[in-house]
Structure formats: structure tokens, C-alpha cells
Design a protein around this ligand. Structure first.
Ligand SMILES: Nc1ncnc2c1ncn2[C@@H]1O[C@H](COP(=O)(O)OP(=O)(O)OP(=O)(O)O)[C@@H](O)[C@H]1O
Ligand SMILES: [Mg+2]
Length: 443
């Protein structure tokens, strides 16, 4: 039995190397550093059976890209993935938690591994984990994973790249990380990188000296200086032009820069958080984003889940916004009708939390009675299944749909659904829990 082969350990590292020699040498350096390490073939179920806290995958290993996806799909969400070297398949690169350039020396390899393991809560810490983080709302399994990573990185000065669809709360998470960090009393300075033209962006980030360009009638500090002793949040970081990326990389490496039109080095103590809704790994492949800057920013990556994967959070968020906008508008509404609730739960919320917030605000404003009704909600439910949207849906969405539809057909019996789907009952139960699939749905 595989599970007997690998008795359970909370901090085990599994190494998937491209060659035997390489695998042996990594395993040795990790063991020398005191880590419980095993080598494994690129076989997802086998790796999962070792219950690792961290899986190190060489980008050149056979099937590396699909392996990343399979491991992500297998869960449990606590397993971190570290990818060595670049990989053909930006998507797979985006699915890992950290990446490390290939030609790192042994020491930075071991350091990175130790740092990542520090992010994995021990079993007792997991149990004691706070339900939420920094005032964010939602307790779904998808958000628990976010809170777990966020509470581990908040006390450090590690750079964090927050990814996720528009409106999922990337900005909200960045602010929460700052608020929960030792820099909380320092400034939180945000730069919207997409909103400014190249020259303006540079002077915005680094400041300028008097007379450096027409209209620069006095010296002006940049956002890096303003964020001294605090946090600089680079929002939409994927939109930074290549020329500015070079300069940004230098500041990240040296914590030093010059103002536009100046030659005196200014040094700052700033923690960097960045966000993007682009697939930066794909941009790297396409030459739109510098690979070295990507690795600098992607030290720890936190993916904000789309709202459609946070079913169990929907009514909590909806109620929060109802109370907020009720107070703001002096209304008497105090809940949702059954039909309205049903519609909120069914709708896929492509605009995520922001769309929900706007929808509830409108509903509160137009509602005359004491309950929000279906017709107050400005949402149209598209009842076409993800099956009709292949390609165009993620594997997780398709899987979720398959499970929901099968559960419905099986009258809610997980055992029957598992039999039809050809998977174990545990798998169905796990997915139901993970995706927060509402069990009792009216037809
Ligand atoms: N977990 C949460 N709890 C409470 N409010 C949230 C949460 N997530 C997001 N919000 C709210 O939803 C709105 C959208 O969030 P935010 O602006 O952070 O999203 P974003 O991912 O940065 O979007 P974009 O990609 O468009 O910049 C904000 O009003 C934010 O306060
Ligand atoms: Mg934002």
C-alpha cells in the first residue's frame, strides 16, 4: 500500500526531478537541512498519497505541466507547489504557489523551500486558524486557503502577488495584508499601474527632481518614497511597460532608485504587494513581461477565488451589503424573498464580489417593501451549462457542474452520484464541501 510506504507527516517534501541524478542531489540537500524528503515519479495520485506539505517539481520533468494541474485538482488545498525553472505552459506556471529560476545555487533552493514550509500551518495551527483575515468576509474553503496563506505572509516582508478575476477582492486582500502586518501603522500606498502613461508612471513611482521636464517646477516625491516604512501596492502590475519594468526590477533588488531627472540614489524600506488579473506567466512567454521581474513578484502568490466557487459565502456577503446599503439609504428592507435568494445562489457572478455589491445596492434602492424580490435584482441567469461553453470554462467549473447535475439527478444521494460519476463517495463529499455546492436546491 502506498500509504504504508509513506506514513503521514505534516511537513513532508516530495521532489519530482527530471533525472535521477538531479533528484538524488536535491533530496540530499533537503535532507541535510533536516527536511523529511522523498523522491517520487511524476504520478499525481502517488504524490498525493505521500501527503506532502510541499511538492517541488522540475519544469523539465516529464508531464510537469499536467502534473501541476492534477495536483491542484486533487487537493487538499494545503499542499504548496514549488516549480523549478520555467515551464512550457504558462497556465501551469500560474497554478503553482512559487517559482524559482533553474540555475539557483543549492543554498537559495533550500532557503526557498524552508520559507515556503514556514507558510504551511502545522495541523494544530490549522485547527486554530482564524475564520477570516483582516476584516474580509467569507468562510468558504476557497477563502480559508487564502486566509491561511495571507496570515502566514502578513508578518514577513515577502513580496506577494495577488491574482484573480476582476472584482474578486485583490485590492481588499492587499489592504488586509498590510493591516495585519507590522507595518500597519506605516503608509499603505497604492499605484494603479494601468491608469498612467509610461513617463507619468515613472515619475509617479520614483518622483522627479525640479526641472526634470516641462512643468516639473519643484521636486516631487514618488510613491516609493511615500510608502517608506509601509507597503506599496502595485495594482494591475501586468500593465507596466517593459522600460519601466527594468527600473522596477532594480528597486526590488537594491531597494534603491533615482528620481526622474536626478542622479542621487534614494533608498527606501518598502514592502511590495502586487495584483493582476492577467496571466503573467503567459505574458512572460509572449515577451510582454520580464521573466526576472515575474520571479521577483511571484515570491508568494495568492489566488483570489471567483465568487462562483464561494457558494457558501454568497448569502453572507449579500446580507452584509443589504445592511450596509439599507443604512446608507435609510430603507426598511430586512431580507431576501426565497426566489431572490435562489436567484443569488444560482447566478454565476462573473463580476464577482463587486458585481454582487452593485446588484444589492441597486436592489435596496429600488425595493419598496420589506423584502428584496427577484425582480429587484439586476441579474440575468444564463442557464446554459458549462458543457455548452467548452472551451470557455475551467475544468473546475465543468467538474462542479457535473457534480451538481449528477447530485440533482440522484435526488441528493452522494452515494448514487458517486456511482454514476465513477468516483469515490469521499471525492463527491470533498468536492461538495470544497465548492460549497448547495445541497438542497429547489428545482
Ligand atoms: N472578502 C471580502 N469581504 C468583503 N468585501 C470584499 C471582499 N472581497 C471583495 N470585497 C469588496 O468587493 C469590491 C471589489 O473588491 P476589489 O476592488 O478588491 O477587487 P479587485 O479584485 O481588486 O478588482 P479589480 O480586478 O477590478 O481591480 C470592493 O468593494 C471590496 O471591498
Ligand atoms: Mg483592484
Amino acid at each position: 500500500m502506498m500509504s504504508a510506504e509513506y506514513p503521514s507527516s505534516p511537513r513532508r517534501i516530495v521532489v519530482v526531478a527530471a533525472s535521477d541524478d538531479e533528484g538524488r542531489s536535491w533530496e540530499q540537500s533537503l535532507r541535510d537541512a533536516g527536511h523529511d524528503t522523498v523522491r517520487c515519479a511524476p504520478d499525481a495520485p502517488r504524490i498525493a498519497s505521500a501527503e506532502p506539505a510541499l511538492v517541488v517539481i522540475d519544469g523539465d520533468a516529464p508531464r510537469a505541466a499536467s502534473l501541476v494541474h492534477e495536483l491542484r485538482g486533487l487537493g487538499p488545498g494545503g499542499t504548496l507547489l514549488l516549480l523549478l525553472g520555467s515551464l512550457d505552459g504558462g497556465e501551469a506556471m500560474a497554478a503553482v504557489d512559487a517559482t524559482l529560476v533553474r540555475d539557483v545555487d543549492g543554498q537559495s533552493f533550500v532557503d526557498t523551500v524552508s520559507r515556503l514550509l514556514g507558510l504551511v500551518p502545522s495541523a494544530s495551527r490549522t485547527r486554530a486558524a482564524k475564520a477570516t483575515f483582516g476584516g474580509l468576509l467569507g468562510v468558504s474553503p476557497a477563502m480559508q486557503r487564502v486566509y491561511r496563506l495571507a496570515s502566514q505572509v502578513a508578518p514577513t516582508r515577502a513580496t506577494v502577488l495577488v491574482t484573480g478575476e476582476s472584482g474578486t477582492g485583490k485590492g481588499a486582500l492587499a489592504k488586509a495584508i498590510h493591516d495585519e502586518s507590522p507595518r500597519a501603522r506605516g503608509p499603505f500606498v497604492s499605484v494603479h499601474c494601468a491608469a498612467l502613461a509610461e513617463t507619468l508612471l515613472e515619475s509617479e513611482l520614483f518622483g522627479h527632481e525640479k526641472g526634470s521636464f516641462t512643468g516639473a517646477d519643484r521636486r516631487r516625491p514618488g510613491r516609493f518614497e511615500l510608502a517608506h516604512n509601509g507597503t506599496l501596492f502595485l495594482d494591475e502590475v501586468g500593465e507596466i511597460p517593459l522600460a519601466t519594468q527594468v527600473k522596477l526590477l532594480r528597486v526590488l533588488q537594491e531597494r534603491e532608485f533615482e528620481r526622474v531627472g536626478g542622479n542621487q540614489a534614494v533608498s527606501v524600506d518598502v514592502r511590495i504587494l502586487a495584483a493582476t488579473n492577467r496571466d503573467l506567466a503567459a505574458d512572460v512567454k509572449a515577451g510582454r513581461f520580464r521573466e526576472d521581474l515575474f520571479y521577483r513578484l511571484n515570491v508568494v502568490r495568492i489566488e483570489m477565488p471567483p465568487l462562483r466557487m464561494r457558494q457558501t459565502d454568497l448569502m453572507m456577503l449579500a446580507t452584509h451589503y443589504l445592511e450596509l446599503f439599507r443604512a446608507e439609504n435609510g430603507k426598511q428592507v430586512n431580507g431576501f424573498s426565497d426566489a431572490a435568494r435562489e436567484r443569488i445562489l444560482e447566478y454565476p457572478w462573473p463580476g464577482n464580489v463587486r458585481e454582487l455589491e452593485n446588484a444589492i445596492e441597486r436592489a435596496v434602492v429600488v425595493c419598496e417593501g420589506s423584502l428584496i424580490e427577484e425582480e429587484h435584482l439586476p441579474i440575468e441567469i444564463d442557464r446554459t451549462s458549462p458543457i455548452a461553453r467548452i472551451p470557455g470554462s475551467t475544468l473546475a467549473e465543468i467538474e462542479r457542474y457535473a457534480i451538481v447535475a449528477t447530485l440533482q439527478a440522484a435526488g441528493g444521494s452522494t452515494a448514487k452520484a458517486a456511482e454514476i460519476l465513477g468516483v469515490s463517495v469521499r471525492t463527491v463529499q470533498y468536492r461538495v464541501h470544497e465548492y460549497g455546492v448547495a445541497r438542497a436546491r429547489r428545482g
